[in-house]
Design a protein around this ligand. Sequence first.
Ligand code: SAM
Ligand code: SF4
Length: 524
Amino acid sequence: MSEQNFNNNKQPVDSSDRKSGENSLERIKNMSSDELINKYFKSTYQPPDIRKARKRYREEIEVHYDFTIPENVRNIGENRKFLIQTYGCQMNEHDSEVMAGILTEMGYTAANSEEEADVILLNTCAIRENAENKVFGQIGHLKQLKREKPDLILGVCGCMSQQETVVNRILEKHQHVDLIFGTHNIHRLPELIQEAMFAKASVVEVWSKEGDIFENLPKARQGNIKAWVNIMYGCDKFCTYCIVPMTRGKERSRRPEDIIQEVRHLAAEGYQEITLLGQNVNSYGKDFEDIEYRFGDLLNDIHKIDIPRVRFMTPHPRDFDDHAIEVLAKGGNLLDHIHLPVQSGSNEILRRMNRKYTRESYLELVRKIKEAIPNVTLTTDIIVGFPNETDEQFEETMTLVEEVGFESAYTFIYSPREGTPAAARKDETPMEVKRERLQRLNELVNKQAAESMQQYEGQTVKVLVEGESKRDPNVLSGYTEKNKVVNFKGPKSAIGKIIPVKITEAKTWSLDGKMVEKSIGVNS
Ligand code: SAM
Ligand code: SF4
């Protein structure tokens, strides 16, 4: 069967039409495809527009506490299965947990394979081109399955669906996709699934509104040891290379009482570790108009909750204030590992990236952190090959990596993203040069990582045991407070607990150890 055959009625449906009560399918049948594309983009979707995005601050944010699954779709998933494939960052991982929670409340159960699934959602990432390519590869791969199983609902959501070019490409070339929805529409999943089930057309709902906060969405968390906790959404930093402020909307903070209640519940349920999530966690609270409550205050309140480990991702160097450092220095459940993305060591590149800090101010922040938390571990994100980065500018990144002593780093080659200011610049640096720089940087990072691991040999560390090692089911695997992987032999009853392990051998990215019954002077 050809693609046209099983999709010959497919045209994009602006699902917000349905709310008007009109028979949108009838209306859509009478429209030309140009009319359709125009209509749905004009009414529901704005392509990334940095000038417009920068003017969005005054839009009011509403917090909703009234999410319910509509009566008529509550059991729609009975005897049906779902699969969510997640690409990208922790934010996406957590959004997938929310979607899994909603689908579970609709009666669906989790599928173990694509073949078993009645609904497959691809929760996508737009941060770099190769992330997008992977998703398009997967959409292509699923075409055969959709042919064999026409009732399968195939949905694309997450950051890619916030981009006009992506939505167009899917509508034009991948008509086996039934549903496209954006990052601000997750709470509409029950209605969208229902529409996709009954519509003969692709259902598209990408709201351009910057997004409210939906508090009581159900969550089906991955595991019961570690949990993600959103503290804020969106980003207002507008780094010139980054698509996130356009795909995730403006910065908006959850109310402290809602976050604290969620953390208390997780503690009561026995979770051992939480990670506070936001694109820019130390901008937390800037948008509150009625209270003066910032990231340091939130950390201070969470510090008092009886949950063993608290991490956070990601802080921005510019907003890292003294109060947050002071609170982090209290230790306890606030771990002494800080991931502090620097992106570049060159002031000129930082200026062109719109990072709004300098090499010197970053190093000063590092000095303050190290002074307050002497045993701190620092890790980072770095982009090489930003348009027209010179050899000298790249060398400044290398020296900064050494000077700070990062113990690990996520390193990336700059990837132009449509709609961002950096993508409009002509870039004279050849890709080959960028690849060489990335390789040199990675060698340096690996060397520092290996050196940092050496100090643990012979020491006893606290390990949160997460499960069996992927390579060997007889070996258990977990993480130290500083996020180092430890592999050791031990009983399955240790899974989910924090236990002392003596390190016998340090490798570049992991430690081998031996479980100790009792230990004195446990290090992290
Ligand atoms: N908000 C965090 C911050 O500013 O540090 C990071 C969020 S972003 C999802 C994760 C990382 O992706 C960034 O720190 C940056 O290094 C990288 N990144 C973002 N846009 C990129 C691009 N266009 N090309 C290459 N890497 C990019
Ligand atoms: Fe992107 Fe992070 Fe910059 Fe925001 S702060 S624009 S998420 S890199």
